[in-house]
Design a protein around this ligand. Structure first.
Ligand code: AKG
Length: 302
């Protein structure tokens, strides 16, 4: 099975990302959009913790548990701007209010398994992971990100290794546009080469009492890569737009700084993404994302 050409690999190593148009067909996109829309209309609001979001400190715990336990489930997370600031009521129908669905679509929803680790696309994904140098690639999370019309939230600049930390850092994102992503509906943008300049300086962890999440510093001996070209990422990285057509696969190096802006347009921007880590690197229990069976249970991409 064909993975990456030498030219694609060179581009990825140099820039930290790669766009691969027409990776899946329009028909595959349409089927996945249909599945996504039926999941959005079928999930129940009545047992969702948002119904308990009132005011005060206690609400945070409810939401945090829903998030912290989502590693091996299919759960629905709202757009921040889907709520009226004063009343706390949803201002949109639920189908138009969900920002993302996660984090085990690959394992629990066959349509998404079939573009992750299974079937023809799964084999191609595995060939790509192998070309990127993975010895034991493990798929540890997957999401549909809806970035809804009018209220789609921005994603500030970040490195995925912060959120999916291994020692040494090893994450890569596979991001597939199911709808066209443009500057007006909040496409991705990248700081090319920043994966070579920017060590991972913090990691997103569970609080020790499991009551929520926080960021821990990553310092000294644990900072990778050791041969980054500059001490710091440039203060003002320049970002290039990653406008793509539906069906495009975008590979995202775990260290590259990337972001996306709000979607204030009338067009949705539904994408599917999953992340891989190197199974031979250490994944510890401080990570926010934990699944039944521990890291050995992360799905093999082979
Ligand atoms: C990620 O998956 O790491 C992203 O940054 C996704 C952001 C987006 O889809 O807007």
């Amino acid at each position: 099975v064909e993975g990456l050409t030498q030219e694609q690999l060179t581009f990825f190593n140099e820039n930290g990302y790669l766009l691969m148009p027409s990776y899946i067909s329009q028909e595959q996109c349409d089927n996945l959009l249909t599945k996504t829309r039926s999941m959005l209309s079928d999930f129940s609001l009545s047992d969702h913790p948002m119904t308990k979001f009132t005011t005060g400190d206690s609400e945070e715990h409810v939401g945090d548990a829903y998030f912290l336990d989502s590693g091996d489930k299919v759960r629905f997370f709202f757009e921040e701007d889907a709520f009226d600031k004063t009343s706390g009521e949803l201002t949109k129908p639920k189908e138009r209010a969900i920002n993302k669905i996660g984090h085990n679509l690959h394992g629990l929803i066959p349509e998404f398994g079939a573009i992750s680790h299974e079937g023809k696309v799964g084999r191609r994904n595995a060939a790509i992971a192998s070309d990127l140098g993975y010895r034991d690639p493990r798929l540890l999370q997957s999401m549909v990100i809806c970035k809804q019309p009018e209220i789609g939230g921005a994603v500030p600049p970040h490195q995925d290794n912060t959120f999916l930390y291994t020692d040494r850092p090893s994450a890569v994102g596979f991001w597939i546009a199911l709808e066209d992503a443009t500057v007006s509906n909040g496409c991705l943008s990248f700081a090319p080469g920043s994966h070579r300049r920017a060590p991972v300086k913090e990691r997103f962890v569970r609080k020790t009492d499991n009551s929520g999440t926080t960021f821990d510093k990553v310092t000294g001996e644990q900072q990778w890569p050791r041969d980054f070209e500059h001490e710091e990422a440039k203060k003002d990285e320049e970002y290039v737009l990653g406008e793509v057509k539906a069906g495009t696969l975008v590979l995202i190096h775990g260290n590259i700084l990337h972001k996306s802006e709000k979607n204030l347009s009338q067009k949705g921007r539904i994408i599917y993404t999953f992340h891989c880590i190197e199974g031979e690197e250490h994944y510890d229990e401080r990570n926010w994302l934990q699944v039944q069976g521990g890291p050995d249970a992360f799905t093999k991409l082979d």
